[in-house]
Design a protein around this ligand. Structure first.
Ligand SMILES: *Cc1c(COP(=O)(O)O)cnc(C)c1O
Length: 394
């Protein structure tokens, strides 16, 4: 096997049957049969066959999936239209009515909605536990538990779940383990190394990396990807040919981008620690992070995600956070993350509709919190932007 950076460019090349150096966009819904009808029948039934019908597969899609499976060290991967399509399809390939899932309190808002509103309507019960409490996961296991679903680092508060513990727990109880690896990206964290069975991604974020597409990935064993693919045939959220081509293009620079992002975020986090207007900085790469040691054990980099907490009581902090958003010039106030451009959001106002008050508390969202996704701009410009935005906050 060659190295990761090389694989990002060359893995899955066999799916490009043209002479073009860059895999073409197969902008077609269907593919014709040649003389060998027997082969056409195989194409109709084979998992993810790239040249039968778009909902079954697509050559560009297969190539990008091969690269992502390589990154996550899993046998196979399935790409879908969004991260939520990947998450819901991946879970519905595991559980049915009567089953139980153990998950954590702090989750991506869409995943939270899926657990709280969708699955309960379909007879699947869910227990949420504190992700920092290993024993709580074990205590929550029931006879009908079929899945342990985690997210680490979690959104938005950057808590860490112990991957090795969860991997072992799943093996011990014969329960499938699944992790949302979006925040870390496979450059910073490979859950398979710790025995996690399935990895899901919002490829909209670091994997695509340019805020110009939505996509999702499910990575796992060949058998599991077959069942997820069968679910995807009826749920139907196929990744479009153009988006899969953009994803393939974005993946080529994943390693370079994430390294630059890690470095920018780490410098910015250290700078925030020196600012009197900032009460608290949460960044995985700082040794002030309460789970710094665990992060060092299971991650290779701090990611581009950090949270700052502005000074002031609840009301003041809320107003300060809003004023910072208004003053920033480079950091755009926009949802999403993981792109080359720096973004910032105010979770307390953004997720008002998804989370009620107690949910906000358990997922660590406070009035003065800003969540930052650091991009690849020059670090001096990023610091100058915040210097200006924080200037009048006392
Ligand atoms: C964005 C995100 C998702 C959902 O992905 P979409 O592509 O928006 O559907 C899931 N998990 C995490 C951690 C995310 O940041």
């Amino acid at each position: 096997m060659s190295h990761l950076e090389t694989n990002l460019i060359h893995q899955g090349k066999q799916f490009n049957e043209s002479k073009a150096v860059v895999t073409p966009i197969y902008q077609t819904s269907t593919y014709f049969a040649d003389e060998d009808l027997q082969q056409y029948i195989v194409a109709a039934t084979e998992t993810k066959h790239p040249t039968f019908y778009h909902r079954h597969g697509n050559p560009t899609n297969s190539q990008a999936a091969a690269i992502i499976a390589g990154l996550e060290k899993t046998e196979d991967a399935l790409l879908l239209a969004t991260g939520m399509a990947a998450i819901s399809t991946a879970i519905l390939a595991v559980v049915k009515a009567g089953d139980h899932i153990v998950t954590q309190n702090s989750l991506y808002s869409g995943a939270m909605l899926f657990f709280k509103e969708f699955l309960s309507d379909y007879g699947v019960s869910v227990t949420h536990v504190d992700q920092k409490d290993n024993e709580a996961f074990e205590r929550a296991i029931q006879e009908n538990t079929k899945l342990i679903y985690i997210e680490t680092p979690s959104n938005p508060n950057l808590d860490i779940t112990d991957l090795a513990f969860i991997g072992e727990l799943g093996k011990k109880h014969h329960i499938m383990t699944m992790v949302d690896n979006t925040f870390a990206s496979p450059i910073n964290q490979t859950p398979k190394d710790f025995g996690i069975d399935v990895v899901v991604h919002s490829a909209t974020k670091y994997l695509g990396g340019h805020s110009d597409l939505t996509a999702g990935a499910i990575c796992g064993s060949k058998d599991y990807i077959h069942s997820a693919w069968r679910r995807s045939l009826v749920l139907g959220a196929s990744l479009s040919p153009f988006d899969s081509w953009l994803l393939l293009r974005g993946l080529k620079t994943l390693s370079m981008r994430v390294k630059q992002i890690n470095s920018n975020a780490s410098e910015l986090a250290k700078w925030f620690e020196q600012q009197p207007a900032i009460k608290h900085v949460a960044y995985i790469g700082l040794n002030s992070h309460p789970q710094y040691e665990l992060a060092q054990k299971q991650m290779r980099g701090g990611t581009g995600m950090l949270c700052i907490e502005v000074i002031g009581d609840e009301e003041q902090a809320y107003i300060h956070a809003q004023s910072i958003l208004n003053k920033l010039q480079i950091f755009a106030n926009a949802a999403s993350l993981g792109g080359v451009e720096s973004l910032v959001v105010h979770p307390a106002s953004m997720w008002g509709s998804h989370h009620d008050k107690t949910q906000k508390k358990t997922s660590g969202i406070t009035p003065g919190m800003l969540r930052i996704s650091v991009g690849i701009e020059h670090i001096d410009d990023l610091i100058a932007d915040f210097e200006n935005a924080l200037a009048e906050i006392k």
